[in-house]
Design a protein around this ligand. Structure first.
Ligand code: S6P
Ligand code: ZN
Length: 193
């Protein structure tokens, strides 16, 4: 039997203690995802900025695990910094995001072609039901920090969004605006469905 444990975290930075894992995503890791490829290449010629950092607390054998995602503010052309976006490998498992600081948007879509958006701001909880692909976007000028909790078997399936794109993008047009993604392709009856 596992021991209960307190996990301290900092709402402003996403720091976790104890922390069992961590990874970072820089702009070069996200190449090809932004609508304005020329703007992405131009940025990368100068630097490779940190876009987000993920920290997790996981105990082998536990059903649930949790962590934080800390997203930097920034844009590629007019499009705000965003996560890669994924479906869960287990489509029957959902997730919960609890925003701690900053502001953003969570884009969701499913294999029936439906799209949804959930605002992210401190003290809001985004409920991600099973079967919905999700991508978070920092639409503010400060880091966006959110805490997430999900089943340890959920896994991540990046292939579908990498191959077809998400149906919507979020751009800065004197504030965040959701537009159709000009590069999204119709997955049709893809075997990934
Ligand atoms: C995992 C959960 C988050 C994301 C993280 C980065 O199910 O939704 O931990 O992994 O926000 O996003 P992405 O799309 O790069 O995995
Ligand atoms: Zn997820």
């Amino acid at each position: 039997m596992l021991d209960p444990e307190i996990i301290h975290f900092a709402p402003g930075s996403g720091a976790l203690a104890p922390e069992t894992g961590r990874y970072t995503r820089h702009l070069s890791d996200l190449k090809g995802l932004f609508a304005d490829a020329a703007a992405c290449d131009a940025l990368l010629r100068v630097a490779d900025p940190l876009v987000y950092e993920v920290r997790e607390y996981r105990q082998p054998g536990a059903d649930l695990f949790c962590g934080t995602t800390t997203m930097q503010p920034g844009r590629v052309g007019a499009e705000y910094f965003m996560t890669r976006g994924h479906y869960h490998a287990r489509p029957d498992l959902g997730e919960v995001y609890v925003t701690q600081s900053g502001s953003g948007l969570l884009l969701l879509e499913n294999s029936q072609g439906e799209t949804r958006q959930v605002e992210m701001h401190p003290s809001s909880i985004a409920f991600i039901p099973p079967g919905w692909g999700h991508r978070s976007i920092n639409t503010g000028s400060m880091p966006l920090v959110f805490l997430w909790v999900l089943n340890g078997d959920a896994g991540t399936d990046y292939a579908r969004i990498a191959a077809f794109g998400m149906r919507q993008i979020v751009v800065d047009m004197e504030g965040p605006r959701i537009l159709p993604n000009p590069h999204a392709r119709d997955p049709g009856r893809s075997p990934l469905l």
